[in-house]
Design a protein around this ligand. Structure first.
Ligand SMILES: [Zn+2]
Length: 148
């Protein structure tokens, strides 16, 4: 069983100080804007263009369009958009959001997809006006990969 950690909206960023806040809130605001649809994207540890080294402190959330048929219940990351972002650094996680209309904070499909990708998966939860919480599946891997 992969570790699953639940954070209230306010405590998440203090546990992940590498995440660039502005990029995170851009993803959160977009999820609120698209309510009740799910939104999704990739989380990238930025690579320095000159030294080619991965940044220890810059991890960015990047939005990808949701290509799922039923966007209110499912998500499918646009692979072309994701590939573009992957050129800027190392892929360290995926994210998508749920809304307050669904009961679950993660689904069996979410668990399956996380396991198949072997990367942490962030699941943001929003309602019509605000960010409620975030669930991290497989968060231990983030720490290991982050120390490269
Ligand atoms: Zn989900």
């Amino acid at each position: 069983m992969e570790p699953i950690v639940y954070y209230q909206s306010t405590s998440f960023l203090s546990c992940y100080p590498e995440i660039v806040e502005e990029s995170f809130y851009t993803a959160v605001n977009y999820a609120i804007e698209k309510y009740p649809e799910e939104t999704c994207g990739v989380v990238i540890r930025k690579r320095d263009l000159v030294t080619r080294r991965l940044s220890k402190v810059e991890v960015l959330f990047h939005r990808c369009s949701n290509k799922a048929e039923d966007k209110e219940r499912d998500f499918k990351i646009d692979p072309h958009v994701a590939l573009g972002y992957r050129k800027s650094g190392a892929l360290v996680a995926f994210y998508h959001n749920h809304t307050d209309r669904s009961e679950c904070i993660y689904t069996t499909k979410d668990l399956r997809v996380q396991k198949a990708n072997n990367l942490p998966s962030f699941i943001l939860r929003v309602n019509r006006v605000k960010f409620i919480s975030i669930t991290v599946i497989g968060g231990g891997l983030w720490r290991t990969r982050g120390r490269k």
